[in-house]
Design a protein around this ligand. Structure first.
Ligand code: HDE
Length: 664
């Protein structure tokens, strides 16, 4: 299917194949190894224009990294709505099920710099650019449905607390340090989101298996001018999975690119990541029907109160040609909206509307960043904005103002009925004040709801997350204050974390008195498709090629990704599987492990691999000979998720579950 954005990008995509090297002025270069000098050993000459240009350009290759979300990875794809949503919105891309809309998505971490590891504990950015026929709509969201603060004026404070500390620029890529936890304790509005970030949601397994949330309340407006409050969600069709913290930490070293590699390789293989777009819609007359304020970005709309409606699907099916040119230069902005979509008065959203254009001006070097190929809409752009740094268009004609008679009043405004954007005419009255609404002041109930909704394993992981992060603080006061906050949400959490980090449990139990649960908040609600699974097959000794082939056949039949480890290169043909050595493969790089032994002594590398697989609760499948040889390994062969069999077909059963949390 044609993709208008890809076609537009192809027009400016250059290939050097078979081409002569030239300067930027198009002069063919005859030599590119030596500068122009006087004699072989003499001084260099300033007139060497090729040298000057090459070095000058190199000197300026870097641009400022994003102030937050610096480390990211993007891909192209398309979106298609399942049905006409004109009941809610006039947006063209949401009312034409026959249309596919090109999209570009960038996933990111928030805290770390551009070179930081992928698998840190952090919120993940999930920013989507829809190139609609009516202009660009950016859904600049995260993988956690709530945010740390309620008002944009606090964003610099939050980020100054989260980022590496200014006196020593540590730590990189994480919030396990004093200033973040001091912020947490002193700014209770951050409680709910922090609980999410300390749970398994903070360490996703990859980008394909995260949910996405627009977080803020937006408006949908239909062609009759009726408006609805809406929250946008992305639901991953590859399931929802997390890492184990120990595994995530090992991966920082084993593969700093773990998430981007997974996304890149999935797309290259044709195993395209997919999400369904889902909406939660509230009618204007229901605005005050809830025990939370629908404008408060630290609150979810529980799905039993506001059901989810699945409305469309996004598929990422093409990697970029150049990461800098496309992903790094992509300029997202929650203020990029199209007719049929509008903002709410969420004070966090309103502040974002200023920040994103402002930051692009210093990051991308001027106000013409919309003209960079990845940022251009697929429809035509005409206005009277002129000049400025890096102008890429030739704006012909005498007239650059409105109104005019000299050019027939062109470019001319378009009435709303014909597609011109008109802001929703909300009636607003009030005094100018600086005051947080009383309706925003319940900081703890939904944090408790989230904790109540987790499975026991997820709850235990959340205790571990808090214990690690608060435990990493140097200040006893900060640790104590952080635990005091937890005590206002959940007594058991406060008690367990206090014990782990060595501070007092507050005397008074101040926890939220509620057993309420929301079945949609646990990650265990998703089935994990077996095809999303990867397997390391450790070959211990000399296994005959036919046996290996029979495993390879089962993997292929079930779309499992696999690698044979250890029997490389002898008697293993590359035709039926990727082969790796114990130097290149590691348990953390796979979802499960199979050990095939011929009965010879188990190699130390195999034992270490298996022990880690076991420790990280992943499926472990061993043949009978291997099970006998693993007697000294730190594992119980009859524990949940350990399978002993000589039949390749039985692995399908082993991989029905991604993790065996009941294995202690
Ligand atoms: Fe952002 N945010 N943000 N943010 N944000 C940026 O814009 C900002 C917020 C989010 O892949 C910056 O181009 C303010 C919420 C994503 O390029 C900056 C506030 C959510 C990305 C900025 C917020 C986000 C950014 C840095 C509080 C989830 C990466 C570079 C009012 C709904 C986009 C840039 C990409 C990036 C400001 C809060 C998501 C500085 C002031 C809430 C996914 O403009």
């Amino acid at each position: 299917m044609s993709n208008k954005k890809k076609e537009q990008i192809d027009e400016v995509t250059k290939s050097n194949d078979g081409k002569a090297m030239t300067t930027n002025n198009g002069v063919k270069v005859s030599e590119d190894e030596n500068t122009l000098t006087v004699g072989e050993r003499g001084p260099s000459l300033l007139e060497d224009f090729h040298f000057r240009e090459k070095i000058m350009h190199f000197d300026h290759e870097r641009i400022p990294e994003r102030i937050v979300h610096a480390r990211g990875f993007g891909a192209h794809g398309e979106f298609q709505v399942y049905k006409d949503l004109s009941q809610y919105t006039s947006a063209d891309f949401l009312t034409h099920p026959e249309k596919t809309t090109p999209v570009f998505v960038r996933f990111s971490t928030v805290q770390g710099s551009k070179g930081s590891p992928d698998t840190v504990r952090d919120v993940r950015g999930f920013a989507t650019k829809f190139y609609t026929d009516e202009g660009i709509f950016d859904l600049v969201g995260n993988d956690i449905p709530v945010f740390f603060i309620q008002d944009a004026i606090k964003f610099p404070d939050l980020i100054h607390a989260v980022k590496p500390e200014p006196h020593n620029e540590m730590p990189q890529g994480g919030t396990a340090h004093d200033t973040f936890w001091d912020f947490f304790a002193q700014n209770p509005e951050s409680t709910h989101t922090t609980v999410w970030a300390m749970s398994d949601r903070g360490i996703p397994k990859n980008f394909r298996q995260i949910e996405g949330f627009g977080i803020h309340t937006f408006r949908l407006v239909n062609s009759e001018g009726q408006s609805y409050f809406v929250k946008f969600h992305w639901k991953p069709l590859h399931g929802l999975e997390s890492l184990v913290w120990d595994e995530a930490q090992i991966l920082h070293g084993k593969d700093v690119d773990f998430h981007r590699k997974d996304l890149y390789e999935s797309i290259e293989k044709g195993d395209y990541p997919e999400w369904e777009l889902a909406l939660q819609v509230i009618k204007p007359e229901q605005e005050f029907d809830f025990d939370f304020d629908i404008l408060d970005p630290t609150k979810i709309w529980p799905e039993d109160q506001v059901p989810i409606e699945v409305v469309g699907k996004m598929t990422l099916n093409s990697n970029v040609s150049n990461v800098f040119d496309e992903t790094e230069q992509a300029a997202f902005h929650p203020g990029h909206i199209v007719p049929g979509i509008d903002f709410s008065n969420d004070p966090l959203l309103q502040g974002r509307l200023f920040s994103y254009t402002d930051t692009q001006i210093s990051r991308l070097g001027g106000p013409n960043f919309n003209q960079i190929p990845i940022n251009r809409p697929v429809n035509e752009v005409h206005n009277n904005q002129r000049d400025a740094m890096h102008q890429m268009n030739i704006n012909s004609g005498q007239v650059a103002y409105h109104k005019n008679a000299l050019n027939n009043n062109d470019p001319h405004p378009t009435p709303k009925e014909e597609g011109g954007y008109e802001h929703y005419q909300e009636k607003v009255e009030g005094h100018k004040i600086r005051k947080r609404s009383e309706s925003f002041k319940d900081y703890y109930s939904q944090a408790k709801l989230y904790l109540n909704s987790l499975s026991q394993a997820e709850y235990d992981h959340t205790v571990d997350g808090f214990s690690f992060e608060i435990g990493m603080c140097n200040s006893i006061m900060v640790k104590q204050n952080a635990v005091n906050q937890l005590n206002k949400v959940d007594r058991t959490l406060a008690e367990r974390v206090a014990k782990n980090v060595g501070v007092e449990v507050p005397e008074e139990n101040e926890e939220v008195q509620s057993d309420a649960k929301d079945s949609q908040l646990t990650m265990e609600k998703y089935d994990i498709p077996i095809a999303a699974h990867s397997v390391a097959v450790l070959v211990n000794g000399n296994i005959d090629v036919d046996t290996l082939k029979s495993y390879a056949k089962t993997f292929a039949e079930n779309d499992l990704n696999y690698a044979f480890v250890g029997q490389y290169p002898e008697n293993l043909s590359e035709d039926f599987g990727i082969t790796e050595t114990f130097d290149t493969a590691h348990s953390t790089l796979f979802d499960s492990t199979i050990v095939l032994s011929d009965g010879s002594d188990i190699k130390p590398q195999v034992e270490e691999f298996v022990e880690l697989t076991y420790k990280h609760n992943k499926p472990l499948f061993v043949n009978k000979a291997a099970s006998q040889g693993l007697g000294n390994a730190k594992l119980k062969i009859d524990a949940p998720g350990v399978f002993v069999s000589d039949e390749p077909e039985t692995i399908v059963k082993a991989f029905e579950r991604a993790r065996y949390w009941d294995r202690k």
